[in-house]
Design a protein around this ligand. Structure first.
Ligand code: SAM
Length: 469
């Protein structure tokens, strides 16, 4: 039976930047790639879970903020969500989301809400991309990004989120794949060989890394390895500052996934430098990045994020104090602050990130930094049991999207630092947690959103709190 068609007007975005309209009965219609102000002829699916999913058949009247996307695959690729929306409007929408979540504080308190900090580079800003290999039943080869909806892979000719060399490598690896004719790994049945191609770049150093991840169903022979390396060098045009790895992933049901890394070419690590502006001076930190290392995906905006956040702190007040860096990842924020305080104690659950942090502490000659591996709430429990623990003046928190656990908040409230710097990629959970903190003696002083991911709905938000008890 043919699906129902309907003319709809897009009224708002949901939290994932997807267009929302309503039909005559008031039922919500959710439609990807539609933007506020569009009048659209939509094809409707059946109502499920209280709403209707739809797709654009025709844009009858485009929104005044609609622009032509740069990327040919934008309509189907899951990488960008807002390439068809004017950048100034992307910023407005992100700011609106922060305001919506913090409405109460904005109305009731003398909170300082700064306008969103925009990105200068709205394309080619990413320093890392992960592309997937895939094949359909006819064995057609696809190498690119996961499609909107998450099931298939879109063949990508040119991804504008990263520098052009990423796309050149993609093209050459695809040709290499056609020559050696391996099968792509199939996530649904666990069969096949080629899984992903991860490309990384030091934006400030121009170092480049290529990681080919495979299953263990077969192996590359020496000739195929040499051919792979030549393809990469051909695509990049030089072998300077290049590192190539083979990463064999062993995944068995019920067993822990393991990886076996073989360096095929070049250096063990690539390097990235960060330049952080503090007052009128600039400090430089260097980071080693390996095949499995985490690093903030937008180097330039990470520099701006950390510079903004640190300039909201009273560095004179913390200069001979202990501070905590919770959910520290590889310890970047703590390492910057270590230059200005007596000691940093960082807590991070991921062992690899902790090891990486330790390497980077050595690289930057930082000696007043203790890295603890474990769950924030449990480690804080232990710290609190120690009667002699030195109370931190400042706690920095940068948790995953889910925000803080209740136990973590309770422990932070027991410690009661003078200031909390809460950086978040999810204003909803950030506002939820800050509500509890403000009900227990903290005042929200500063909010400053920053755009780290142009062309997507993602947002980063800096919040500074002060204990008023
Ligand atoms: C948004 S990232 C922080 C990134 C880091 N601040 C940086 O700038 O590189 C969140 C981190 O929290 C860690 N994490 C998640 N749950 C945790 C927990 N319960 N205890 C400690 N760390 C946790 C994750 O492994 C991840 O590294």
């Amino acid at each position: 039976m043919a699906k129902k068609q309907l003319e709809i007007n897009i009224e708002k975005f949901n939290e994932k930047g997807v267009g929302i309209a309503f039909n005559g009965n008031g039922t919500k219609i959710v439609i990807s790639r539609a933007i506020i102000g569009d009048k659209i002829l939509a094809e409707l699916n059946k109502k499920r879970k209280g709403y209707i999913k739809a797709r654009i058949l025709k844009v009858i009247e485009p929104s005044k903020n609609r622009i032509n996307p740069k990327c040919k695959s934008f309509e189907i690729c899951g990488g960008c969500s807002w390439q068809n929306l004017e950048y100034s409007e992307q910023l407005k929408q992100k700011e609106k989301l922060v305001i919506k979540n913090f409405e109460d504080y904005i109305k009731k308190t003398n909170l300082k809400l700064y306008p969103i900090f925009p990105a200068k580079e709205i394309f080619e800003y990413r320093n890392k991309m992960e592309f997937s290999f895939s094949q359909n039943q006819k064995k057609t080869m696809y190498l690119g990004l996961i499609m909107l909806g998450g099931r298939f892979v879109v063949d990508i000719e040119r991804c504008f989120l990263a520098n052009e060399w990423f796309s050149n490598v993609l093209k050459e690896v695809k040709t290499w794949w056609e020559r050696c004719d391996f099968s792509a790994y199939n996530f649904f049945n666990g069969e096949g060989f080629l899984r992903t191609l991860t490309l990384k770049e030091g934006k400030n150093t121009k170092d480049k890394m290529v990681v080919l991840t495979t299953s263990t169903s077969t192996t590359l022979d020496e000739e195929q390895k040499r051919d792979f390396i030549s393809s990469i060098i051909k695509a990049i045009g030089s072998d300077n500052n290049l590192s190539i790895y083979l990463n064999e992933q062993r995944a068995k049901k019920g067993e822990k996934t393991t990886f076996e890394l073989t360096k095929l070419f070049g250096k063990d690590f690539i390097k990235e430098d960060l330049y952080i502006k503090v007052d009128k001076s600039k400090i430089k930190l260097s980071f080693q990045i390996g095949p499995h290392s985490f690093f903030q995906p937008n180097t330039i905006q990470a520099q701006n994020l950390y510079s903004l956040a640190i300039n909201y702190l009273n560095l004179e007040e913390i200069k001979d104090k202990v501070i905590f860096d919770l959910y520290s990842g590889t310890g970047t924020i703590g390492m910057i602050l270590a230059k200005f305080v007596k000691k940093v104690i960082a807590i991070e659950i991921n062992q690899d990130s902790c090891n990486q942090a330790k390497d980077n502490l050595k690289l930057n000659n930082i000696n007043n930094f203790e890295m603890i591996n474990g769950d924030v709430s449990l480690i804080l429990d232990e710290i609190l049991k120690d009667k002699n623990f030195e109370k931190p003046h400042l706690i920095v928190i940068d948790p995953p999207r889910g925000g803080l656990s209740l136990e973590a908040i309770e422990n932070i409230l027991k410690i009661l630092p003078k200031n909390i710097l809460y950086i978040s990629c999810n204003p909803k959970t950030q506002a939820r947690d800050i509500k509890i903190l403000t009900e227990n003696g903290y005042q929200l002083k500063i909010l400053h959103p920053i755009d780290q991911f142009a062309q997507t709905f993602h947002i980063e938000n800096i919040a500074v709190l002060e204990n008023t008890l």
